[in-house]
Write a protein that binds this ligand. Structure first.
Ligand SMILES: [Zn+2]
Length: 259
């Protein structure tokens, strides 16, 4: 840590942004290939339309997209704006984590989790699934990092509270609401969040996620005349990031307003 302290802070921020952009680029690969169960490393990036390999200089995060004006160099098919958006968002969210937590092990754990939140959001929006390839390693990381941050007992209690609550909803929903209420991916996801953040924070994640879902659903109903078709995963992912960044402030605000 002594060595890091010698380097100007702006330089640290600059390389976190740079690493964030590169990981965002890899997140795009995960978003496209994980639901298809394709390899993440082989073959290299290629245009989904004409299949031509993407040149290394066209593959530069965000900049490559801007220089190509959002079109494939070979076949001129439009490239989805999702690619630069995912890259920029991943870099921005990871930089936020670094600014808040600095050089701590906590920071490292959250820097690993953050790109996964972006990937989960994009995949769940498009395919209505949260892949095991993300949630199962997430549970392992959650238990390891959570045990380090708040002790193994708290981590396991968080895992059981999060997973148990959603599992209960999944079992009860068909009887109460007459339909499926919770996917297996959601259960594994929230169990991992509970393991990482503990039982209080996982309850807050569920509350904030439900609140966001209700607000977006209401806006859609008012302005588009139909209920929300968005799955729960993106709201849970957004809520997880919010609780990581501002969970303590939210709890303080809640206590001030209610007590
Ligand atoms: Zn092409």
């Amino acid at each position: 840590m002594e060595f890091f302290a010698q380097i100007p802070f702006a330089f640290h921020v600059a390389y976190v942004v740079f690493i964030g952009l590169c990981i965002g680029s890899f997140a795009n690969v995960c978003i496209y290939r994980m639901p298809l169960k394709e390899s993440l490393v082989f073959p290299g990036s290629h245009c989904p339309s004409c299949n031509s390999a993407i040149k290394i200089y066209d593959n530069i995060p965000v900049l490559g997209y801007l220089l190509l004006q959002g079109k494939c160099r070979n076949c001129k098919t439009r490239i989805s704006a999702r690619y630069p958006l995912v890259e920029a968002l991943t870099a921005a969210l990871m930089t936020g984590v670094f600014l808040k937590f600095g050089f701590t092990w906590e920071c490292l754990a959250y820097l690993i989790v953050t790109p996964a939140l972006v990937i989960i959001t994009a995949i769940d929006l498009e395919h209505q699934i949260i892949p095991d390839a993300l949630t199962l390693p997430g549970i392992v990381l959650g238990l390891a990092a959570g045990s380090y941050i708040m002790g193994p007992i708290n981590s396991i209690i968080g895992f059981l509270v999060g997973g148990g609550l959603f599992y209960g909803i999944a079992v009860a929903s068909p009887f109460i609401f007459g339909k499926e209420g919770m996917g297996g991916g959601d259960i594994k996801y929230i169990a991992g969040v509970g393991a990482l953040l503990g039982w209080k924070s996982v309850l807050l994640v569920i509350f904030v996620g439900s609140f966001l879902g209700a607000v977006v659903g209401l806006v859609q109903k008012l302005f588009m005349g139909k209920g929300s078709q968005i799955p729960f995963g993106p709201y849970l992912a957004a809520a997880t990031y919010i609780v990581i960044m501002a969970g303590d402030e939210l709890i303080r605000l809640y206590i001030q307003l209610v007590v």
